[in-house]
Design a binder for this molecule. Structure first.
Ligand SMILES: *Cc1c(COP(=O)(O)O)cnc(C)c1O
Length: 396
């Protein structure tokens, strides 16, 4: 029977991999209402608490009054408006690069950059734990595509030895599901020795890392020669929506000419760019938000370690609790929810098989008391959790 969707769905359910969308009935923030329940949430990427900030909202509303709502057309036709242009200039200045290009989402920025820069006869090498959008971009590019071992410059070196054509090495700056930081000094050195370009997706580093929130390249002091292609998203620490690629004038012109996910889509609403200009100002200037995050991260890590939890090597607001089995991850998530805490379980194929986890994320909008409440709930919930729970085999 063609299109046997019910079997596919039933198999996914049996493997504890079925997805449900929690219905959010409040703005982003630590205290939310989800499916009618009041919960304390630790799973948003609004790391700096800017998504519902009064000044960002005001800039958005003012922007809509002045510029209307719809982008109206693609950037190359008549959709590239003054706020988009101003935001690009501000992002170029922020990243210390000649130019930046604004795109509608991080997914599109990654598809656009990788496919505009590489094609048949070229090579794309990616960390095997890169974000799904980068993996999709590598597949779509038509280049030879291969994945090296996670954060392993030696594995990358082996792949580079066999690379052909223009070679693009692509890595997350902060890994989205593990929270660890890419070993960019080594990766860039290995790439440079093979005259390959490095592209960094710093969706989770911008705003959180670096003295002015400039992300992993600011944190590690990396130059544009080392990382010619730098990508960031605006829907996480910036609290708004969209994404950007920053680099040389030639890089940005190349994307404008050839990046199909840039060319063939309507520009984002200009008012969103107005809101992002304000959130960029707050993100750079209000360093206390990063200090608060650092304090909450160490509070959480110390508390979790003292109850014997297996934490990952993460200095960032992404603090996953590794469980292994999807079933156990779902059970722990449900036990926390009964105690008023929302942390979603992250399961394959988002993470490799056997590495299901609760992806705890912290925000500058959380208080110490919020984190203490999470730790207490974790301790109580873990006591209820069976030690073993085997997952049914999932179809790859
Ligand atoms: C969220 C994310 C993206 C996608 O960005 P969107 O703007 O949400 O489409 C890309 N890369 C990484 C590493 C991400 O975490």
């Amino acid at each position: 029977m063609p299109f046997d969707l019910s079997t596919r769905l039933a198999e996914r359910r049996a493997a504890h991999l079925y997805r449900k969308r929690p219905l959010l009935e409040a703005p982003q923030g630590p205290r939310v209402v989800v499916d009618g329940e009041q919960l304390l949430a630790f799973c948003s990427n609004d790391y700096l608490g800017l998504a519902n900030h009064p000044l960002v909202i005001e800039a958005f509303v003012e922007g809509a009054r002045r510029w209307g709502v719809g982008g109206g057309a693609s950037h190359l036709v008549i959709g590239h408006s003054t706020p988009h242009h101003q935001l690009e200039e501000a992002l170029a200045e922020f990243t210390g690069r000649p130019r930046a290009l604004l795109l509608s989402s991080g997914y599109m920025a990654n598809l656009g950059a990788v496919t505009a820069l590489t094609g048949q006869g070229d090579t794309v090498l990616e960390d095997r734990l890169n974000h799904a959008s980068l993996l999709d971009a590598g597949l779509l590019s038509g280049a030879r595509f291969s994945r090296y071992l996670h954060n392993d410059p030696e594995s990358l070196r082996g792949r580079l030895a066999k690379a052909e054509g223009n070679t693009l090495v692509v890595t997350d700056g902060v890994f989205s599901m593990d929270g660890d930081v890419a070993d960019l000094p080594s990766i860039c050195a290995v790439a440079e020795a093979h005259r390959a370009w490095v592209m960094v997706d710093d969706a989770h580093g911008f705003g959180c890392l670096g003295a002015t929130g400039g992300g992993i390249v600011e944190h590690l002091g990396l130059s544009m020669d080392q990382v010619p292609v730098l990508m960031g998203t605006l829907g996480k620490a910036f609290g708004t929506s969209g994404a950007f690629v920053a680099g040389s004038d030639e890089l940005i012109e190349t994307l404008i000419q050839f990046a199909r996910p840039y060319i063939y889509t309507t520009s984002q609403p200009p008012a969103v760019a107005c809101a992002t200009l304000k959130s960029l100002e707050l993100l750079r200037g209000e360093h206390w938000r990063r200090e608060r995050l650092a304090e909450l991260i160490s509070l959480f890590r110390e508390g979790a370690a003292s109850m014997g939890l297996e934490l990952m090597d993460s200095p960032t607001p992404i603090q996953p609790i590794l469980l292994g089995s999807s079933h156990r991850a779902l059970m722990l998530s449900a036990a926390l929810r009964r105690r008023g805490i929302l942390v979603t379980a992250i399961r394959p194929p988002t993470v490799p098989r056997g590495t299901a986890r609760l992806r705890v994320t912290l925000s500058a909008a959380h208080t110490r008391a919020d984190v203490e409440e999470l730790l207490e709930a974790l301790q109580a919930s873990l006591r209820e959790l069976p030690l073993q729970a085997k997952d049914a085999e999932e179809k790859p």
